[in-house]
Write a protein of this length. Structure first.
Length: 295
């Protein structure tokens, strides 16, 4: 046994690791990525600790922000604008949309900025560049889970203690079965589109300013403040360009019992999100071999 261990350590000491540029459009070294899994964990912890160190409320902002946003949307679109919510209480309706949107908008924007924001790290040490965007998408999933718990608390309150309980019909089986799928589609969109923008903004840095405006437009193109039933049926093809439409609609359907789009629309959203990941990885691989010199 001692002789075997001696040989293993000797092989490791005498081994040589060659780091070269990736000249293929689509190549992922899954073995190397798995070897750096501990680094992904460290980056997730760093993202959480650094963001909320020396703050008063810390991660409670994840709760305060959507509640305040839902209150504002209720006052503006619900009370003043008279926007229909398919008889669902306005606060609960808007919060349900913000659970998906809150995670997507933050994870997408920070993934898109991952190369420029962390260039100083990339210039000093080597590790698979994909580690960084993956850690962002994973760390921001805390937003989804935290707000989901708060939303479920509101759902239980409205179901048991208000007259709206006769309208709200959550389906426990669908919740357990479809919630992971909805999270997968949203995460894939964050990663895929984030990698695309990260690759583009390496050379065209002014696009980082356009990204914020683009996300604002996307917010109104997503049924967060209005039900999908208000979208004319002839425009349902837009789900191809905005997979979040089917995701938000399905989320409301399983938790609130509202009418939903056909399952095929959710399947299309899944395909589009997977395609965005493939395209994002291709563009990311294309620029990662020399982006440090450009930045």
């Amino acid at each position: 046994m001692r002789a075997y261990l001696k040989k293993v350590y000797s092989d490791r000491l005498n081994s040589t690791t060659v780091i070269d540029a990736n000249y293929q459009w689509f190549r992922i070294d899954w073995v190397e990525l798995w070897q750096f899994r501990d680094l992904i964990t460290l980056f997730v912890q760093k993202e959480f600790i650094a963001r909320y160190r020396q703050t008063i409320l810390g991660p409670i902002w994840y709760i305060v922000q959507p509640i305040m946003m839902s209150g504002v949307l209720t006052a503006v679109f619900g009370k003043l604008g008279g926007m229909s919510t398919d008889e669902i209480p306005h606060l609960l309706f808007y919060f349900s949309g913000l659970v998906i949107w809150g995670y997507f908008s933050v994870a997408f924007q920070q993934t898109a900025d991952v190369l420029i924001a962390n260039a100083y790290i990339f210039q000093k040490v080597y590790f698979p560049r994909l580690v960084m965007p993956l850690s962002v998408v994973i760390s921001k999933s805390l937003i989804f889970f935290t707000q989901l718990l708060v939303f479920m608390g509101l759902l239980i309150f409205y179901k048991l203690f208000t007259a709206a309980g006769n309208i709200i019909h959550p389906d426990l089986i669908k919740i357990v079965a479809l919630t992971p799928l909805l999270l997968l589609i949203t995460s894939a969109m964050c990663l895929g589109l984030g990698l695309m923008f990260a690759a583009i903004t390496v050379k065209y840095k002014d696009l980082t300013h356009v990204l914020g405006f683009f996300i604002q437009l996307w917010f109104y193109a997503t049924p967060v403040v209005y039900p999908v039933s208000k979208i004319p049926e002839r425009f349902y093809y837009l789900t191809v360009f905005n997979p979040l439409i089917a995701v938000v609609d399905t989320f409301r359907h399983v938790f609130l019992g509202t009418s939903a789009l056909e399952v095929s629309y959710l399947f299309v959203s899944l395909i589009v999100s997977m395609v965005s990941v493939v395209l994002g990885l291709m563009m990311f691989n294309r620029v990662e071999r020399d982006f440090v010199d450009i930045i």
